[in-house]
Design a protein around this ligand. Structure first.
Ligand code: FRU
Length: 489
């Protein structure tokens, strides 16, 4: 690769590609954040700054490979109107020359401070990792300030990245994803009084000594008096109902002792059971909401995404609000998504059936709420993106509580199934967001979520509910057409 383009030139290309974008781009997303070209991965630097949400993300503006990682930025006040994605941070200094890798942001004395990983590789592929400071002004201009954690602590390899900052009392903390010299994944904690100098506190002591070879993208925060550590371990074994993607993202919840760094916690739980979810980041806004955005994609197994043909790949998930009930994290799409509801096209109550076709759904941009009571049914299946010769499906077995997402009947894109366990119940609540080629299914009020990319043909948008073994009651069904978010220059 020769010289990089300037950020201005990249951003001019963005403006032009929005202007020239055609309406028959079937899989262009309406309300999931994506870039008009290149590869999108992890959400970065999420924060609420001066009345606006800043959503940065990893972006290769040059192609669909994991190279040349820049940071891009979109801003929004209301999650309906957004600034156009802009490249704001480029890998053009000695300490980040092979990628401005993931990092985070926090507002300090009215200024947006960023901390990110500068990835450096030599000719032989040896890696170095620098945790770098930068500031961002209200126009999204970033000033780089160089490495503030220039060294990797003793006992760890150069797989040391993704600093996530947060504040507790008067102290700034930052958790960093790491690999120890025995090649086991870990999280390391630093502290700082002023954001300039950082002190190594040590390794967070979890009960997971053997839990994959690398933990990426940690986020640590408090919610209702609980300490939560979200991270993305690599190298876990696949199980029938767990760990079905190449890498995982999940959390542990409990109590972190900041003196001993001992974390007393419950079992690791995955955050999303769909095909496409990784490297989420959490942050708090000024209304005290704990929010999370994930990368709706996974690294390495990426050849199957047909948008590559158009020079782009991947997107971010919807913004989710986190809460805790009985020790479990619940995720709900933030309230603001209600503002995208255009027209209520289905509104049903107490309909008993063995099969129901939602005839008024005529496109793949909608929100569906479905509250089903088992009557004498054993299983329900929701077929969607249903066309002449393809469909996607969600199945729930009332007796076993097993849920299945099945995309093996789709024509384009990767296929396969994802299986996971919900509690066996006589009621299932489904909130599904379909956005042309991105689908998020929130189950049982957000107890489980499944996010997947699917690539239906133009006329594959039908939705049908099928009950096996007997009938179900559609206690409530509502569907809204959703409009897209708007991007302004
Ligand atoms: C996770 C990740 C991070 C890294 C970034 C590079 O997807 O591998 O660990 O900082 O992507 O783009």
């Amino acid at each position: 690769m020769g010289e990089f383009k300037s950020l201005e030139d990249i951003n001019l290309d963005v403006v032009n590609s929005y202007k020239n974008s055609s309406n028959n781009d079937l899989w262009k997303l309406n309300y999931h954040i994506e870039a008009p070209f290149g590869l999108v991965n992890d959400p970065n630097g999420l924060c609420y700054y001066d009345g606006e949400y800043y959503i940065f993300f990893q972006w290769n503006p040059y192609g669909c490979e994991h190279k040349f990682k820049h940071w891009a930025l979109v801003k929004t006040k209301d999650f309906v109107n957004f600034t156009m994605p802009k490249a704001v941070l480029a890998p053009n200094d000695w300490y980040d020359k092979n990628g401005c890798y993931s990092g985070s942001g926090i507002v300090v004395d009215g200024k947006l401070e960023l901390l990110y990983t500068g990835n450096v590789k030599d000719d032989k592929g040896n890696r170095e990792s620098y945790q770098c400071r930068a500031t961002c002004d209200k126009e999204g201009n970033i000033t780089k300030l160089g490495p503030v954690i220039p060294e990797i602590p003793k006992g760890y390899t150069a797989h040391f990245r993704d600093p996530k900052v947060y504040k507790k009392g008067d102290v700034f903390y930052c958790v960093i994803g790491a690999q120890n010299e025995e090649l086991k994944g870990r999280v390391i904690l630093y502290s700082s009084e002023d954001f300039k100098s950082w002190k190594l506190e040590g390794e967070i002591g979890t009960k997971y000594k053997e839990f994959g070879y690398m933990w990426e993208c940690p986020s640590a925060f408090e919610l209702d008096g609980n300490d939560i550590l979200v991270f993305s371990p690599q190298g876990l074994e696949k199980e029938e109902f767990k760990n079905q993607n190449i890498y995982q993202s999940g959390y542990i919840i409990g109590n972190l002792n900041y003196d001993t760094l001992n974390f007393d916690h419950c079992e690791f739980k995955e955050l999303d059971m769909g095909f496409d979810f990784y490297a989420p980041q959490c942050f708090k806004d000024d209304n005290g909401r704990n929010l999370m955005i994930g990368w709706m994609g996974l690294p390495e197994e990426e050849d199957g995404h047909p948008t590559r043909k158009f020079g782009r790949i991947h997107c971010l998930t919807m913004v989710r609000e986190l809460s805790i009930r009985e020790g479990v994290l619940y995720q709900r799409p933030i309230e603001e998504f209600k503002n995208l509801r255009k027209e209520l096209i289905v509104d049903l109550q107490n309909v008993q059936c063995n099969e129901y076709k939602f005839d008024s759904i005529r496109s793949n941009s909608y929100e569906l709420l479905l509250d089903l009571n088992r009557i004498d049914s054993s299983k329900v299946e929701l077929k969607f993106a249903l066309g002449k010769d393809e469909h996607m499906s969600f199945k729930y077995d009332f007796e076993s509580g097993i849920a299945i997402i099945d995309r093996s009947n789709m024509l384009e894109g990767d296929k396969g199934i994802r299986k996971f366990k919900l509690l066996p119940k006589d009621n299932i609540k489904i909130q599904m967001f379909m956005d042309t080629s991105a689908c998020e299914i929130y189950l049982q009020d957000g107890l489980e979520v499944a996010s997947s990319r699917i690539y239906p043909k133009e006329d594959s948008f039908e939705v049908k509910l099928i009950s096996e073994g007997g009938s179900v009651e559609i206690h409530k069904a509502k569907v809204w057409n959703l409009e897209g978010v708007k991007y302004n220059e």
